[in-house]
Design a protein around this ligand. Sequence first.
Ligand code: SF4
Length: 545
Amino acid sequence: MPPATTTTVRRPRGEGQWALGYREPLNKNEENKKNDDGLNVRDRIIQIYSKAGFDSIDPADLRGRFRWYGLYTQRKPGIDGGRTGSLPDEELDDRYFMMRVRIDGGQLDGPQLRTVADIATRYARGTADITDRQNIQYHWIRIEDVPAIWEALEAVGLHTTEACGDTPRVMIGCPLAGIAADEVIDATPQLREVHDRYIGSPEFSNLPRKFKSAFSGCTAHCTVHEINDVAFVGVVNEDGEVGYQVFVGGGLSTNPMFARSLGVFVRPEQAHEVWKGVVSVFRDYGYRRLRHRARLKFLVSDWGVERFRQVLQDEYLGYALPDGPEPAAPLPRRDHVGIHPQNDGKYYVGFAPRVGRVNGELLGVVADLAERYGSGRVRTTAEQKMVILDVPAEHTEALADELARHDLQVRPSTFRRQTMACTGIEFCKLAIVETKQRAMDMVDELEKRLPDFEQPVTINVNGCPNACARIQVADIGLKGQLVVDENGDQVEGFQIHLGGALGRTFGKKVRGLKTTSAGLTDYVERVVRAYDAQRAEGETFAEWV
Ligand code: SF4
C-alpha cells in the first residue's frame, strides 16, 4: 500500500468573535466582562463602596467596571513620566477619581450647566475640562461623593453611564443642531432616540472595545465623522429627501484609519435601527482576542465596506438600504467659534477657553451670561470650545466683551483657536509628559511672538502615544515621550508629526524630529514662520509640508 499522504490545513486563528462561536474569554478584560456586567457596579458604588471607602473597592471593579460609569482612578501626583508603564497600577493609582460626564450632542440648558459648575466647585476642587468629545471631565472626585454627584446630575437629565468602558460612549452632535442657518438636517431627534433606547442597555454593555458615534447635519462637519466608529452625516438624495449617509470604522490610536462610507441613504426614522445594526455587527463580529485590534476599524478594514453593508442588511436589518449620496466637503474650520446668525434671526456666540480648561467658577459665569444675554442654552464642541445660543443681534458685542473679561475669547488668535491638549501627566496614568499647562504656555507665548499669524494651523498635544488629542490629524501633532536634551539627559519632550488633515491624510512622523518640552514653543514658532514665508496662495499646512 502506498503510504498515506497527509496535508496540514492551517486554520485561521480565531479573533474571539462571538458570532463565530468564540464565547470563552481570550484575555483578562473579556473575562472581567463575562464575570459581571459593568453596568452592575453602580449598585455596589451606591450601597457599599461610597459608604465603606476607597479600600473596600474590589480591584476588578476599580480598574475595570468603574469605567462603565465614567470613573477612572487618577494618577498619583509626583510620579515622573519615566516611570509610567514600569509601575503596577496600585502604585500609579491615586485615591481620587477622574469622572467624565457625557453631554450627548454637547447640549446643555441653564440648569444643567449650573449643576455641572456646582459639582466642580463642591466635589472636584473646581476642576472641569471640556474634552474633544463634548464631555465635561472632573478630577479629585472621592468615592464617598459619587452617589450625591449622580443624584445632582440625574435631577437635571445628565449622567455618567457608559461615559467610558467597552460601551457606546457619548454621541457627538453639532453644537448648532436645530439653529444653524445652513444645516442639512437637525440630527438631535435621532441622536436622542438612540441615546434613550440604547445607552445603559445590557444589550450593548459588553462590546469588544469602546464605540464612538456621531450624528450631524452640519456643513462644517464639526462632529469629525471621519474618526468615529459610526457616523450619520446629513445628505439630500436625488429626490430631494433629507436623510443620512453612514460612515463606519474610523479611529485613531493604533493603526489610525478614516471611517468609510457605506454608500447608503438612511431616512431619519430608520437611523436608530441602523445604529443598532452597526453596533450589533461590532458586538457579534468584532475582534476580542487582542485589545489593540478590537476596535471596529479592524473589522471594516478586513471585510471591506461592501461585505459590512451586506451583513448589516442581511443579518440585522432584514432589508436593503438604497444607495445614497456623499456629503459635501467640510469647511476649513470646524469649530463654530465667533459670532454668527442662527436660522431664527438670533445669533450664536462661540468662544475659546485655552485647550478646553475651564473650572466650576468659570462655568458658573458662562451660565450667568447665557441666561442674561441668551436663553440659557449652551453647547460644548468637539474642539474643546463652547457656544452660547439665542443672543439678539444688539447684545452680541456686549456678550463678547463680558466673555473676554473672563479670558474666554470670541475672536481668539489662531493658536488659541487651533490648539488642543489631552489630560496629560497631571492626572492620566498613561501619560509620559505634561500637556495642558505646556500647551497653554505655548499658546500665550506664540500669541506674543506671532500676533498677526492667521492661518488655520492645528496644533494637538498628547501626553503619550495614544490619541486623546487627535495628534494624527493635526497639522502639527505632538506625541509625548522622553527625549534626550543637549546635555544628554532624559527629559520630557515630543515626537513631531507633521501634515495631518482630517479625512485626508495622517500626519507623518518625521524621523528623528523631536523637541524637548522646554524647546516646544521655539520649534512651533520656527515651523509656522517657515510655512508663512514659503506657502503659495491658498496652500494649506498639510499641502506645504
Ligand atoms: Fe492620557 Fe495619553 Fe490620552 Fe493623553 S493621550 S489623556 S496621556 S492616554
